[in-house]
Design a protein. Structure first.
Length: 164
């Protein structure tokens, strides 16, 4: 019996995602399973206006000054974002299995509505698109967004976890 699943894409680094178009990123996200809920610290890459000359400078500036990544805490079922130049842990989200608004398939859901007054209007979805690299979708939720709107994409890169 032959498999009907598409082959795994070639491994990709977060930096390479910046050069891809929005439609290519969405196709990559849709082609991957939810993956495991990650744990520990991840370096973040903001992917805004992907595939354009602005993508890389925006990622560099905002990555150095605003958002550095996330720290997943499996013991408490949540995460904290790493903010500012020092990566100060703040803005909590509840982490668990969910269903993506992009394709109605399983994803790892990062739910701010139940844990943050500051970011309660944000919903993130992630899937592992390459070993230790997750692609995320950040949705704005509520009246100001007309219900829900995809705001930007992001990548999370975890330090390589070697086999013990």
């Amino acid at each position: 019996m032959t498999s009907t699943l598409p082959p795994d894409p070639a491994p990709v680094e977060a930096d390479e995602l910046l050069a891809m178009s929005s439609s290519a990123l969405d196709a990559l996200f849709q082609n991957r399973p939810a993956g495991e809920i990650p744990q520990g610290p991840a370096d973040g890459t903001i992917i805004w206006m992907p595939g354009t000359p602005l993508a890389r400078p925006v990622a560099l500036v905002f990555g150095a000054t605003v958002w550095r990544g996330k720290v997943f805490r499996p013991h408490s079922g949540d995460l904290k974002n790493r903010l500012g130049p020092t990566g100060f842990p703040a803005i909590r989200a509840v982490v668990g299995p969910g269903v993506s608004w992009l394709d109605d398939r399983p994803c790892v859901l990062l739910d701010y509505s139940r844990s943050s007054r500051v970011a309660g209007w944000i919903r993130d979805e992630i899937r592992e698109v390459s070993p230790d690299v997750y692609l995320g979708l950040a949705w704005g939720v509520g009246r100001v967004f007309g219900g829900r709107r995809l705001l930007l994409r992001f990548a999370l890169t975890f330090a390589h976890r070697s086999a013990a």
